[in-house]
Design a protein around this ligand. Sequence first.
Ligand code: ATP
Ligand code: MG
Length: 372
Amino acid sequence: MASVTFDNVKKIYSNGHLAVDQASFTVADGELMVLVGPSGCGKSTTLRMLAGLESVTHGLISIDDVVVNEIPPKDRDVAMVFQNYALYPHMTVFNNMAFGLKLRKYSKAEIKKRVGQAAEILGITDILDRKPKQLSGGQQQRVAVGRAIVRKPKVFLFDEPLSNLDAKLRVQMRTELARLHRELNATMVYVTHDQTEAMTLGDRIVVMNEGTIQQIDAPVTLYHQPQNRFVAGFIGSPAMNFIDGHMEERDGDYSFVAEKRDLCIAVPNRSEDIHDGQPVVLGVRPENLHLIADVHGTDNNGFVIAEIILEEHLGAESHVYGKTASTTLMARVNGTSNYGVSRQIWFQPDVDKAHLFDAETGQLLSRNNNEK
Ligand SMILES: Nc1ncnc2c1ncn2[C@@H]1O[C@H](COP(=O)(O)OP(=O)(O)OP(=O)(O)O)[C@@H](O)[C@H]1O
Ligand SMILES: [Mg+2]
């Protein structure tokens, strides 16, 4: 097993496109690190540089403290699993898995042992004689993973390995990969654009956007303590609500005031960066917006009135969309609730669990201290 380090890595493609900039992170020995971000943000480029399939424009990539920038892919001791499996169609499952070992001149007995073990772990012992076209998508995926396992590489690299599978199988394979990671105790770097996959699989997650790392943290930390608006909006499904507004100071106390002044909410624990009149964005997760049928009094202190425009009943929970003067908000509430479209209702953000972002830079301004 091995650790992986990116030290200020940059990739500029030959057409001048800056695909990855200032990437610095370390994957610990035995850790499963997920790279996540929208399409085109530089995930595959980062992984391919680690595999040696793309050159590094600037910076250093190390595996176990050895700089690998100039080491050819075959000598890096990494194994990569691709989205399209890339199985050899004319070879049996056994030979697909054995191929890399044969190239490396392993003995027949050793090859048989390793393929047998990998097949056992993946539950594909009974299909070793079949050709890829006789396999389901999930089985093909297992064979592709098996081909990596038999190599016993220092680092496993996965580039969207589940995205060709249907939703149900994807969840099943995700569980299997998590189990595999535990059993092999292997160092893995896993690329996906699916934040749910990232949250459920990763020991830690690198969130990328437009070639730049936005935050590196454990899944739960990313969810509760996003460092900027991008991470806040990308991690979590359904997504966080954002309300544009500004800060207002009165007698030393600060409040967030929404654009149309239909919401005014006192903000405790303000950070030093906040000043009167500053344009900010309030971020509230759907589960932290409470619905109140009847508010006594007329001011908008801590509440915002909305008209329900959509109610989605998912069973265990319901999603209630309300149109306010400033924006549309979505609250995640108990599945048994039934408010009714067109009705007027008050949304109450839980200010202790809300996040304030600078409207211009998107950086987090103040975070509640009570959050876990
Ligand atoms: N060979 C290349 N030459 C020039 N630009 C490239 C090349 N390969 C990728 N790019 C560009 O670099 C950026 C990052 O690409 P990359 O494949 O790393 O994205 P990604 O995050 O893996 O996206 P996806 O989720 O769609 O797979 C994209 O804008 C892409 O168009
Ligand atoms: Mg990609």
